[in-house]
Design a protein around this ligand. Sequence first.
Ligand SMILES: [Mg+2]
Length: 290
Amino acid sequence: MMRERSRVEETISHMQRAGACSLQVISDFDMTLTRFAHDGKRVPTTHNILNNRLLMNEDGTIKMKELFNKYYPIEIDARLSTEEKLPLMVEWWTKVHELLIQQRIRKDMLAHAVKESRSMLRDGYRGFFDHLAEHQVPLLIFSGGVGDILEEVIRQNHVFHPNIHIISNYMDFDHTGLLQAFKGQLIHTYNKREGALSHAAGLGELQDRNNVLLLGDTLGDLRMSDGVSDPRNILTVGFLNDQVEERRESYLNSFDIVLVKDETMDVPNAILRHIISSGTSKTHRKKVDT
Ligand SMILES: [Mg+2]
């Protein structure tokens, strides 16, 4: 769905003329690059993947579930404002991280937990990741989930290419490989603007790429491009996975394109194929310039 089809077409055509060398993709991870559901069951988020008997005891599992049941309905509640949700979301993330630290999670078990999980990237993910890598288009994954886990999910799907940059919550292990803390500033659904700004300087490779394709599944994800200096064209695609009727209006008012209960990467892939098709690649342009 699109609120303003003509604007979408115009933006895509500007981006297409500028080509792959001006493009960067900024994407959320959980429920944006991963599926929301499969065979009628929810696909786990990075936090839910940690909720595995290999990593957590029964007590921890129950507490994690309780936190989800309490805070997830708040996260997706269309009647609450961002300001009202913010302190509660910070509370949720903080409690989850504390719980994970208490569980003394072992680094060497993370890959096993991912393997055992029902985690799934969206259909068409391979074309998405491979195509971007092939054309050296940077992919910035910006996630309030757990960086160690999302990296493992991407790796196990064999699409962890060198064009990927990640801003997320990373685990800090002690010398014996036990989780002792999380590194750096907490990133969650509603502080992606602050995260984007504080990381902008470190992402030098992205600086001269002022056309952005942004993918997300929450309104907070729209702030992921706030660190881009001098943006020219930003096309935003929102996956509306849940609470469709309640949130349709606000998504349509916020994202350029809204994908309703679409478990595939078909639309982003089609846009990328079009943008990248006739534009010159970075290496090609360099050759021409010299
Ligand atoms: Mg998400």
